[in-house]
Design a protein around this ligand. Structure first.
Ligand SMILES: Cc1cc2nc3c(=O)[nH]c(=O)nc-3n(C[C@H](O)[C@H](O)[C@H](O)COP(=O)(O)OP(=O)(O)OC[C@H]3O[C@@H](n4cnc5c(N)ncnc54)[C@H](O)[C@@H]3O)c2cc1C
Length: 410
């Protein structure tokens, strides 16, 4: 039977970042990936905190060569109001930019680099079973022709994203405490893109309190468009009428309807409903879950890939320690840490959909210090204990809105 130190499920950002760090630490890595790359996956707007992990994993040089569109902030629109956030004006020290790009290209670039660094990547192989009953972890895999084989490893990292392999096999899934929401998205050739900053600025256009529209322009002339909101906004969409319904939804955006009406779609708009999920535990005997296989919240703050990077970089360091025979406190050093960040983002997602964060974004008198601290959250610095918007995440937005309303009524 084939042997490896660490078997990783999935060659998405989680799998590639973990793999690269394990290789740097001197371990053998085998990555099992179900699809042939490049493959489509949603999640095309990054946030700056991800950059420190890409840097640490030695993946920035190859990514720089791709000339993806740089992202320096984010713009939110609501009716005739505009709220811009610039990552350069954040409270926490750290990266001030990142990228917005087709994930197929991003994921393929980093997976190829990790392979070049020495990982074995088995594409078109799916993990079908994992057995922890012996001294080694025995993983069963199946190729696209149905041929099966097994690999023995000392540790297994699950970066299988929406595949959620270990949560399914080990019965670790639990429902999310966020209500189910839907999304509907595609790519277009952006033939009406203006030659101004407007053409390339990533934008979230709020169509209703619980429905927003993303516009993510790429450097290859294409743009990703998507709607996210309560599931009732997507009722009546069928396989047959997807393109027509997508065009109808674009008409709700006064700002973008001219630019994006009646364009051909690069692929039939995709609908995903109820994607928020949770897990009962993030680690166990000789396994750890990273990225989307742990917890995925909501696309609104583009936090998915950043969490995938944060968790997989940390998991790779802790697995390295464990394999060197050092003690690892997985509960404190991994689970508690990751879930602390998840909880902060979760508060802001709740504030977003109950309207209170939108009220603050579009209020005329947002305190500049508050704005810097909120920008840190939007940049992914959700572990910065110096930031009161992190420390008091459960109540702070409601409290500020309350005092602003009181002040206005005086
Ligand atoms: C509508 C929507 C919009 C989003 N927008 C954003 C955004 O703007 N920014 C952002 O950061 N995030 C966004 N996300 C989240 C983002 O898609 C994920 O968080 C991110 O892809 C997680 O990376 P990952 O490496 O954990 O998993 P993935 O990228 O899903 O990679 C997992 C890999 O595992 C492979 N796999 C699955 N099952 C198996 C198996 N049995 N055996 C072998 N391999 C397997 C898959 O083929 C896949 O390649 C969005 C999500 C949704 C639903």
């Amino acid at each position: 039977m084939k042997q490896t130190d660490v078997l990783i499920i999935g060659a998405g950002p989680s799998g590639s970042i973990a793999g690269s760090i394990l290789l740097q630490n001197g371990f053998n890595v085998t990555i099992i990936e179900k699809e042939q790359f490049p493959r489509f996956v949603v999640g095309e707007s990054l946030i700056p905190k991800v950059m420190q992990h890409l840097d640490k994993a030695g993946l920035l040089d190859t990514l720089n060569e791709q000339h993806f569109e740089k992202k320096f902030g984010a713009r939110f629109l609501k009716e005739d109001k505009v709220c811009n956030f610039s990552f350069a004006e954040k409270f926490t020290d750290g990266w001030e930019w990142t990228w917005q790009m087709p994930r197929a290209d991003f994921d393929y670039t980093i997976a190829k680099e990790v392979e070049k660094k020495g990982a074995e990547v088995l594409y078109q192989h799916a993990v079908t079973n994992v057995d922890f009953s012996t001294g080694s972890v025995i993983t069963s895999i199946e190729d696209k022709n149905g041929n099966t084989s097994q690999i023995a490893s000392k540790y297994i990292i699950d970066g299988s994203g929406y595949g959620r392999v270990l949560p399914r096999l080990l019965d670790l899934s639990k429902p999310s405490d966020l209500p189910p929401r839907g999304s509907f998205f595609t790519h277009v050739e952006d033939i009406n893109r203006p030659d101004t900053i407007d053409g390339t600025t990533i934008t979230f256009d709020i169509l209703h309190q619980n429905l927003w529209f993303w516009v993510i322009p790429f450097s290859n002339g294409k743009t990703s468009l998507g709607f996210v909101g309560d599931t009732h906004f997507f009722e009546g969409i069928t396989e047959e009428n997807k393109a027509e319904k997508f065009n109808e939804m674009i008409q709700q955006s006064d700002f973008y309807k001219e630019r994006f009406s009646n364009l051909e779609y690069e692929f039939e708009p995709v609908m995903k409903v109820g994607y928020s999920v949770g897990v009962k535990q993030l680690f166990g005997d000789r396994y750890v879950l990273t990225g989307n296989s742990t917890e995925f919240l909501d696309p609104v703050f583009s936090s998915g890939v950043s969490f995938a990077a944060e968790s997989s970089a940390l998991a790779a360091e802790l697995v390295s320690k464990a394999l060197k025979g050092e003690d690892v406190d997985w509960q404190k050093d991994y689970s508690d840490y990751i879930l602390r960040g998840v909880e902060v983002f979760k508060s802001y997602i709740k504030y977003w959909y109950d309207g209170s964060l939108q009220d603050l974004f579009f209020s005329d008198n947002i305190n500049p210090e508050f704005k810097k601290q909120i920008t840190s959250i939007l940049a992914g610095y959700v572990w910065d204990k110096e930031n009161r918007f992190v420390n008091r995440h459960k109540t702070i937005i409601k409290t500020i809105n309350h005092f602003q309303k009181e002040a206005q009524s005086l």
